[in-house]
Design a protein around this ligand. Structure first.
Ligand code: ADP
Length: 198
């Protein structure tokens, strides 16, 4: 089962991704995590991506497309995977469709987590406070200014994916303002029947 998670920064994709990984035994492919690992390891991609990520802008479609294409080819993706943070632009969505078509695969469902912007800003402030309280290091892009920038990028570049997947009949909206458990239940109700047909 191939599932895409769509939603603005702070919508709760990470929390729900963990639930899906466990329930359906598919890996989570987070381009944000993969890029942060590349930055940490100071690979050529990481060196290129760092400044772009820190400013809240998007890394090039080519770089991210290559990372995902390689990752999808790995053995643990044979039964499907959950894409988190990819695609983020229409070009990436088209790249993904091409990559999958070459393997005889296609996206099964796109789950759009809907959350209002005021709530997102609150959640982001909490995330920063809690991380500091735990004495952990903050992500370089976890500050209010960069967060506002990431929200803007989502609106401009990623939101157009909603009609793109609507046209393919794959978009399923979920109310991300409910409790974590209620959101998980909504997602299960969408994915269980798809999984049952696999
Ligand atoms: P969020 O917390 O907003 O979900 P991520 O952890 O997914 O953010 O990504 C952090 C940063 O990594 C993005 O702001 C962007 O610079 C880069 N990035 C992640 N995925 C992509 C992508 N698919 N295309 C371009 N840039 C990406």
């Amino acid at each position: 089962m191939i599932v895409i998670f769509l939603g603005p920064p702070g919508a709760g994709k990470g929390t729900q991704a963990a639930h899906i990984v466990e329930r359906y035994a598919i890996p989570q492919l987070s381009t944000g995590d993969m890029l942060r690992a590349a930055v940490k390891a100071q690979t050529p991609v990481g060196v290129k991506a760092k400044a772009v990520m820190d400013s809240g802008k998007l890394v090039s479609d080519e770089i991210v497309g290559n990372i995902v294409s390689d990752r999808i080819g790995e053995a643990d993706c044979a039964n499907g995977f959950l894409l988190d943070g990819f695609p983020r632009t229409l070009v990436q969505a088209e790249m993904l469709d091409d990559i999958l078509a070459r393997k005889g695969l296609s996206v099964d469902a796109v789950i759009e987590l809907k959350v209002d912007e005021a709530a997102l800003i609150d959640r982001m402030r909490n995330r920063i406070r809690e991380t500091k309280e735990r004495g952990e290091e903050l992500r370089a892009d976890d500050n209010e200014e960069t967060f506002a920038k990431r929200l803007g990028v989502y609106r401009d570049e990623t939101a157009p994916l909603v009609p793109y997947y609507e046209k393919q009949g794959k978009l399923r909206a979920v109310d991300g303002m409910k409790t974590v458990a209620a959101v998980s239940a909504e997602i299960d109700a969408i994915l269980d029947p798809i999984q049952a047909k696999k």
